[in-house]
Write a protein of this length. Structure first.
Length: 338
């Protein structure tokens, strides 16, 4: 069923924050939800829960498909009928927890697919929303679907970025780790000034992290096990004053020398605890004199440590294009936006 174009205004009562409103616009496969008509914080939903895109002044989040592994999303008709705003609607149970503390979400939907209220409840909290106004009317496609501009990669020129002291040389490191008897995972790290690109590939599964030392921007991508795009999150760049840069540097825990050395690819490296004071997880790295990691160990209780070892190192100029995300992951079509 494809709902008609419509707009709905809802009063929302959140379990752990103050009440608010939601203005809903629907056209075709897309539904736009925001607290006000001109709010910078907007969430767009693709039909049949195929995707959710949240956009704000300094962030972007895309999640494709259901994202809670212990929740069942198949809708169930409860058989209950209600009337709201003069409209008949059917009560559906749209999700339920399969494991752990019980929780569920119910929704009352008109025969042509317009949601008039919803309620999300667990043993500890309840959130709900109720339509106060509903109108079936034409909605322009650009008013309901995400703008293509949200996918643009906008990185500042290196010459305008704050210096890193001491600055690591531009380099590329390729690492590997064995995952039981399932084979090898490959990790590629590229460094360009304060920018770092990290890609991990295991079979068809792929993840990419791009970060800036001073929080100018971070960009994270993950596929599902079949290699299809699953999640994208972006913290958009903002300008830091020199005092703020100094505060960030001062707040970052300094690596603790573990007084151990190793040799990888003919180079000597020194082991450091990169997260001193961490209780249930952390990272160790074997660093060369110029700060390049040749071995890394990541651990979190109770999982087994993840150990990476360099199989290739190249100190060379890295262009910003080698730091940018792959072009196909910046394509609106990849995420269902035409």
């Amino acid at each position: 069923m494809t709902p008609p174009d419509y707009t709905v205004t809802m009063d929302v009562k959140w379990a752990y924050s103050k009440p608010g409103k939601a203005i809903v616009l629907h056209h075709g496969d897309w539904t736009r939800v925001a607290e006000t008509a001109d709010s910078p914080n907007v969430t767009y939903y693709l039909a049949d829960d195929r995707e959710a895109i949240s956009v704000g002044d300094h962030y972007l989040s895309i999640v494709r498909g259901p994202d809670r592994p212990f929740t069942e999303y198949a809708p169930r008709n409860t058989g209950e009928r209600q009337k709201h705003l003069g409209e008949n609607c059917t009560v559906w149970e749209v999700s339920r927890k399969k494991i752990g503390a019980p929780s569920s979400k119910t929704s009352c939907v008109t025969d042509d697919g317009i949601e008039l209220w919803w309620r999300s409840s667990s043993s500890q909290s309840v959130s709900s929303a109720e339509a106060t106004r509903m109108e079936r009317r034409p909605i322009a496609s650009e008013d309901a679907q995400p703008p293509r501009s949200i996918f643009a990669w906008d990185s500042p020129d290196r010459d305008t970025l704050p210096p890193i002291a001491p600055e690591k040389p531009d380099h590329e490191v390729v690492m590997e780790r064995m995952i039981g008897d399932k084979g090898k995972a490959i990790r590629t790290v590229r460094r360009h000034g304060p920018w770092q690109f990290t890609e991990e590939i295991f079979g068809k599964q792929r993840s990419i992290d791009i970060i800036h030392d001073f929080g100018q921007m971070w960009w994270r991508y993950a596929s599902d096990e079949a290699g299809a795009p699953k999640r994208l999150t972006v913290g958009k760049k903002y300008v830091l004053a020199p005092t703020e840069q100094a505060e960030i540097q001062a707040a970052v825990p300094r690596p603790a020398n573990m007084n151990q050395t190793d040799t990888v690819l003919g180079e000597t490296c020194h082991w450091f605890n990169m997260t001193p004071g961490a209780a249930d997880g952390g990272a160790w790295a074997c660093l060369t004199e110029d700060g390049i990691a040749l071995k890394e160990t990541f651990w979190s209780h109770p999982s087994r440590p993840r150990e990476w070892t360099a199989i290739r190192v190249a100190r060379r100029p890295i262009a910003i294009d080698e730091i940018k995300p792959p072009a196909e992951l910046l394509s609106p079509q990849t995420w269902g936006v035409e």
